[in-house]
Design a protein around this ligand. Structure first.
Ligand SMILES: [Zn+2]
Ligand SMILES: [Zn+2]
Length: 319
């Protein structure tokens, strides 16, 4: 038996469940650390109508596997499990498979449990040099690095990151590697300091338009519709908005501005795990400072309260 958090569509409870069984091509992983992400908090509000064990950011150790060389190895896992047959899957784009299941988000029990099952093909071995505390960030780092797979940021680019949460922080660490000139628009004084510690130029969201010229690239990662409004008004004509936020509900805005100023808008979601692991193992980024607190599964109420208090960066479960 194992402990697992289970969301039934309305509420979350700690349950005793049987350890999941693996099928051909799958692995059983004993979770070591699992991170709480904003998506999890959205799920509790009804996002994706998910029912099951939430949690998609984890690092763990392989217990059973279709690939015996992985037994006992420390791994992270890509969260999208594709059908394996469609054109997206064949092109290595399982994350766009129309029949995909997503760990802890759609059709697949996730990481807020002592054990989880994933297709073996989704697993990436974590190098010795990468701690559990860093490896648990691979999924959001991959999502942040996805931006560079989509748009061409160069050292001469002026970039604005809207948002001051954990994803915005990781996006800053990644985009900084390009040498671009980056400004962060923050709403919370206490979060501002963490950005300033890593040398970021931070302005309050309400002041940014009065102190800075317009930007070549604006990355909207605030999670709030007001962030979108700021993105539209702070991007230069012919500039690019990278949209990282998934808003709860619908967005209302005057689309004419996008037409008149010929703005390109790029939606950006999940990225590749291996490049993200490489960035960590080469010491190019270090996100451990983001972990505010760790909790046991039993204390899940306190953990989620902490994760949604607006002041905290990352909360993790330590199994
Ligand atoms: Zn996430
Ligand atoms: Zn597919």
């Amino acid at each position: 038996m194992m402990k697992a958090l289970y969301f039934n569509g309305t509420s979350l409870a700690l349950q005793e469940k049987t350890i999941p069984k693996t099928e051909a091509g799958q692995s059983l992983i004993k979770v070591a650390l699992a991170g709480i992400c904003r998506t999890d908090l959205e799920i509790f509000k009804g996002y994706m109508s998910f029912e099951g064990v939430p949690g998609h950011e984890f690092v763990g150790v392989v217990q059973e596997s279709s690939d015996s060389s992985l037994l006992g190895r420390r791994v992270v896992g890509e969260i999208n499990a594709g059908c394996g047959r469609c054109n997206y899957c064949k092109a290595g784009l399982e994350r766009h498979c129309q029949r995909r299941a997503v760990l802890g988000i759609a059709g697949l029990n996730g990481a807020f449990a002592e054990y989880l099952v994933l297709p073996t093909a989704n697993l990436c071995v974590v190098p010795e040099s990468v701690s559990d505390e860093n490896a648990v960030f691979v999924e959001p780092i991959a999502a942040a690095a996805e931006i560079l797979e989509q748009v061409h940021v160069i050292p001469a680019s002026d970039v604005l990151i809207i948002g001051d949460g954990r994803l915005a922080y990781l996006i800053f660490l990644i985009l900084r590697l390009t040498g671009a000139n980056i400004t962060v628009a923050s709403k919370h004084e206490n979060k501002k300091t963490l950005f300033e510690k890593i040398g970021a130029t931070v302005f309050s969201s309400s002041h940014i338009l009065s102190v800075k010229d317009k930007f070549d690239f604006v990355v909207e990662a605030s999670g709030s519709p007001s962030g979108w409004d700021l993105a539209v008004s702070s991007v230069r004509p012919r500039g690019v908005i990278v949209l990282k936020s998934t808003y709860h509900g619908t967005l209302e805005f005057n689309a004419s501005t996008l037409v008149i100023n010929e703005i390109t808008t790029v939606g950006s979601r999940c990225g590749k795990f291996r490049p993200a692991l490489n960035l960590l193992s080469r010491g190019l980024i270090n996100p451990t400072v983001l972990i505010s607190e760790s909790f046991k599964l039993d204390d899940y109420s306190a953990a989620f309260e902490k994760a949604s208090d607006g002041k905290t960066f990352k909360v993790v479960f330590r199994m």
